[in-house]
Design a binder for this molecule. Structure first.
Ligand code: ZN
Length: 241
């Protein structure tokens, strides 16, 4: 049996499968990793501001116009559709496999594909709340609003429910994710080099039978995994459908 058939059997026979995903799974849907994006050139200081700085809480507070300029252009992809990999795990759930998705992505594509249990560690562009009255807004409201999006009821700034640098992750989401990883028998990590907090730490909780890594580039965890696929996840999924 080749390694793809073995992988297919591991997935289909999993008692409990956790799918941990990073930016790489959404690249085939046309969503680049924002960390690889160019920052914003600041006229005043004459310097190029890197993405990591723009997507920080203090930058958001100090320069909301620049923040939203970058955010809307580089982090929101309203037309992106789930790809074969998102769909594969949604289908696996439909077939009766107990699937939990833990994702670092904020694009909502796992839910769009039909996955029902998705823990979004870094939040979602699809949820936005007024900082003053907590009113909810969808993605289009933010994108259609010129400049800084303001609440149509009270005028407060509408903040995306996305975890910025310097902000802490949601405690409930963390504990549900860890508990899923601790109790699953198969953990597949897709499209992340496992260098971004908190991914690397989470993997240590895994006590199950199969740790599988699917990432185009090798990672420092390849040696501790049971199976490693250094290729595009959509290519892998094509071979196990
Ligand atoms: Zn409001």
């Amino acid at each position: 049996m080749d390694k793809y058939q073995t992988l297919k059997q591991i997935f289909e026979n999993a008692r409990s499968l956790v799918v941990f995903t990073g930016a790489g799974i959404s690249v085939p849907s046309g969503i680049p990793d924002f960390r690889s994006a160019n920052g914003i050139y600041n006229q005043k200081s004459k310097i190029n501001i890197p993405p990591e700085e723009i997507i920080s809480h203090s930058f958001y507070e100090a320069h909301p116009e620049l923040f939203f300029e970058f955010y809307k252009e580089k982090m929101c992809y309203p037309d992106a559709k789930p790809n074969a990999a998102h769909k594969y795990f949604a289908n696996l759930e439909k077939k009766g496999v107990n699937v939990t998705v833990v994702t670092q992505n904020i694009d909502g594509l796992h839910q769009a594909a039909g996955s029902s249990r998705v823990y979004e560690l870094h939040g979602s562009v699809h949820r936005n709340y007024c900082e003053k009255c907590n009113r909810y807004f969808g993605l289009n409201y933010v994108l259609n609003h010129k400049g800084v999006p303001l609440c149509d009821k009270c005028g407060g700034i509408v903040k995306p429910d996305v975890v910025l640098y310097e902000e802490s992750l949601d405690e409930g989401t963390i504990s549900r994710s860890i508990s899923a990883i601790m109790t699953c028998d198969v953990l597949v990590v897709i499209g992340t080099s496992l260098t971004v907090y908190p991914a690397a730490g989470f993997i240590r909780y895994f006590k199950g039978s199969y740790l599988i890594l699917i990432n185009k580039q090798p990672t420092s965890y390849d040696n501790s995994a049971d199976m490693v696929f250094n290729e595009d996840v959509c290519e892998v999924v094509k071979k196990i459908k």
